[in-house]
Design a protein. Structure first.
Length: 132
């Protein structure tokens, strides 16, 4: 068991099929009414990728949503993200939304995990799958 944060673990345990949570950078706005799990300590600590890596070990993911702008503005992050998703969630469907549409979609999240990441567009929505 890697995940030590009880709030994150609890939110993942409560997810039903197609429910989703979001992992965001330090600047992602969190809509009123969505649970905020703020783990940001300082600039880039914890990182988006480090947080995502741990969460993917605990969560069955069937689809992800990322900002389409990530590919152009943060290409290294985009490449690293695709590699991690391929390693941890082979065959997961990846949707790319314009950033404004992604921010709107976070309103439906059960929780948003705020990291210390300061790389532009380091945000992802993880839609829960089923383990059977």
């Amino acid at each position: 068991m890697r995940l030590l944060n009880s709030e994150i673990s609890y939110e993942i345990a409560k997810l039903g099929h197609t429910d989703h949570i979001c992992i965001g950078d330090a600047g992602l706005p969190i809509p009123d009414g969505v649970k905020r799990i703020d783990i940001a300590l300082e600039r880039n600590i914890p990182t988006f990728m480090g947080t995502l890596d741990v969460v993917l070990d605990e969560m069955q993911v069937e689809e992800v949503i990322i900002a389409s702008e990530m590919k152009k503005v943060s290409p290294e992050l985009y490449t690293d993200l695709l590699e991690l998703l391929n390693k941890k969630c082979q065959g997961v469907r990846i949707e790319e939304y314009p950033h404004l549409q992604l921010k709107k979609a976070t309103q439906e999240s059960k929780a948003i995990i705020r990291t210390g990441e300061c790389t532009p567009y380091a945000n992802i929505i993880l839609k829960s799958g089923v383990a059977f």
